[in-house]
Design a protein around this ligand. Structure first.
Ligand code: AKG
Length: 272
């Protein structure tokens, strides 16, 4: 076991990892921003929420050896991407992310999941970088309450129903092209962006193929490393091109299934 994996297991996260240089981060950012200005808002929302299924360059990032290599050290050789989405906060905006544990509403049978969060702009304290509570992944999923707060970027505005001591929080400061890794049970959140630049992060959810949805229906995932001997998920193709009709149809079908657990217990629909 390497030092950083020991650290990851102990604390529930690890950072920073350098993936690519600032120039490449800026190129990816420019490609994303071209999509944001070039398509109708509902398609942009869909692309941002299902980035590796609808945007070829995001799918490539999810398969890059620079990310897969550390993820393999934690989860082993066989890896699926369950979802990938951008978390974008505009300069001087009020959007924030409440304290939560990722796996709470994902309807998965276990916790063999790691999120890679890739910075495409500076993630600083001022721009609202993520904050982690060390060792909080060691328990289980704790109670959350829904707020549906308008400026909360989470689908149901869910927040931990237990107290979090902000003094224990570690700021996940990242430069463009760097990433952090976090466990699906670690307590985390982020404040509003008070900087002059957008804060753009790409979250990629890696799981092992032995995981399963708790409902009796398969959701989509992409096999990005090794083999899947379990067949618990529909293995979807790489995106055919940017926002194709075929890929949009696949994503919409998957959303309808995932809504059954992501929005369970509410009367709301998740539209993206
Ligand atoms: O982008 C953020 O500030 C939070 C993202 C997050 O909650 C996650 O990637 O699990």
């Amino acid at each position: 076991m390497t030092d950083w994996t020991k650290d990851y297991n102990e604390r529930g996260y690890s950072f920073p990892f350098r993936l690519f240089d600032t120039n490449r981060a800026n190129q990816y950012r420019a490609s994303l921003e071209k999509i944001e200005t070039g398509y109708a808002p509902d398609l942009v929302k869909l692309a941002i929420g299902h980035a590796n299924s609808l945007i070829p360059f995001v799918d490539e990032i999810t398969r890059s050896e620079e990310i897969l290599s550390p993820i393999r050290e934690i989860l082993g050789p066989n890896l699926l991407v369950w979802n990938s989405s951008f978390f974008i906060k505009e300069p001087h905006s009020t959007e924030f992310i409440s304290w939560h544990q990722d796996l709470t509403y994902w309807g998965l049978t276990d916790s063999h999941e790691v999120t890679a969060w890739v910075a495409l702009s500076e993630a600083s304290v001022q721009s609202g970088c993520m904050k982690f509570i060390p060792e909080s992944h060691k328990g289980s999923i704790v109670e959350h309450r829904d707020t549906f707060a308008k400026n909360n970027l989470l689908s149901r505005g869910q927040e931990l129903a237990v107290d979090v001591n902000e003094e224990d929080a570690v700021d996940v400061v990242l430069q463009p092209g760097e990433m952090s890794l976090h466990h699906g049970q670690v307590f985390h959140g982020s404040n509003a962006n008070q900087s002059n630049d957008r804060r753009i992060g790409l979250a990629i959810r890696y799981i092992t193929p032995d995981m399963q949805q708790t409902i009796d229906e398969k959701t989509d995932a992409k096999l990005v490393a090794g083999v899947d001997e379990y067949h618990h998920f529909n293995l979807s193709d790489k995106p055919h091109d940017l926002l194709t009709h075929e890929d949009i149809a696949t994503v919409k079908h998957d959303i309808a299934i995932k809504e059954k657990f992501l929005m369970a217990g509410t009367d709301r629909k998740k539209h993206c």
